[in-house]
Ligand binder design. Structure first.
Ligand code: SF4
Length: 64
């Protein structure tokens, strides 16, 4: 799995962090998404897919 984000789209809603806190964080300045691990281990894949699906701005692209 490979995670790609388009930070220009992110609105800082934080849904991704709630869904997959081991993989996503938000920066302290603007609250925009930060990817902690662009190639997460298999145990995180389901949470990452959930994060991508709940993101309101379709910021997170997941390539399997
Ligand atoms: S859920 Fe989407 S819009 Fe919200 S912080 Fe995460 S990437 Fe940004």
């Amino acid at each position: 799995m490979k995670i790609t984000i388009d930070r220009d789209r992110c609105c800082g809603a934080g849904q991704c962090v709630l869904a997959a806190p081991d993989v996503f964080d938000q920066d302290d300045e603007e609250g925009l998404v930060v990817v902690l691990d662009e190639s997460p281990a298999p145990e995180h894949h389901e949470a990452v897919r959930e994060a991508a699906s709940v993101c309101p701005t379709a910021t997170i692209e997941v390539t399997e």
